[in-house]
Design a protein around this ligand. Structure first.
Ligand code: ZN
Length: 126
C-alpha cells in the first residue's frame, strides 16, 4: 500500500472469501500468537482498503484475545512473478491485534488481486 491512497470504509465489511483464504494460509504455520490471531480473524472486519492494490487494514474487536507476537510482522509471504520480481504480503500486528495486510510488488504494476494462497512462500518471524 506504500504510496497508495488509503480508503476508509464508512461501514467496516467482512473479509471476502479470497482475503479469508489468504489470511488462513498465512496463519497456517505455528508461531507465538498464531492461535489468538486466528481467533481475531473469526470476527475481523476490514476497515480500510486501497483502490490500487489488495492491501487492507483491519478493525478487530478488543474483546478478542491479544496475540503475544514477538514481531510486529510475525508472518510474511512472497510469490514469484516471472521476470518481475516478487509480490510481497506482510501481516502487521499492532498491540497484539491484527492491523494490516500489506501487499506490494518489486515491480509495478502492483497486482489488483490477491495471489492464490497455494502459490505463497511463507516466512515466519518468531
Ligand atoms: Zn495499495
Amino acid at each position: 500500500m506504500s504510496g497508495h491512497k488509503r480508503m476508509l470504509l464508512d461501514v467496516p465489511r467482512a473479509p471476502t472469501s479470497a482475503e479469508r483464504d489468504l489470511l488462513s494460509r498465512l496463519l497456517s504455520l505455528d508461531f507465538p500468537g498464531r492461535r489468538e490471531l486466528l481467533a481475531q480473524l473469526a470476527s475481523a472486519k476490514v476497515a480500510v482498503i486501497c483502490p490500487i492494490c489488495p492491501s487492507i487494514e483491519f478493525d478487530i474487536a478488543r474483546t478478542s484475545p491479544r496475540a503475544p507476537v514477538a514481531n510486529g510482522i510475525p508472518v510474511e509471504a512472497e510469490v514469484e512473478r516471472s521476470n518481475r520480481g516478487a509480490t510481497h504480503l506482510l501481516l502487521h500486528v499492532a498491540d497484539g491485534y491484527l492491523s494490516q495486510l500489506e501487499v506490494y510488488a518489486d515491480a509495478e504494476p502492483t497486482p489488483h488481486e490477491l495471489p492464490d494462497p497455494s502459490e505463497l512462500a511463507i516466512i515466519v518471524r518468531r
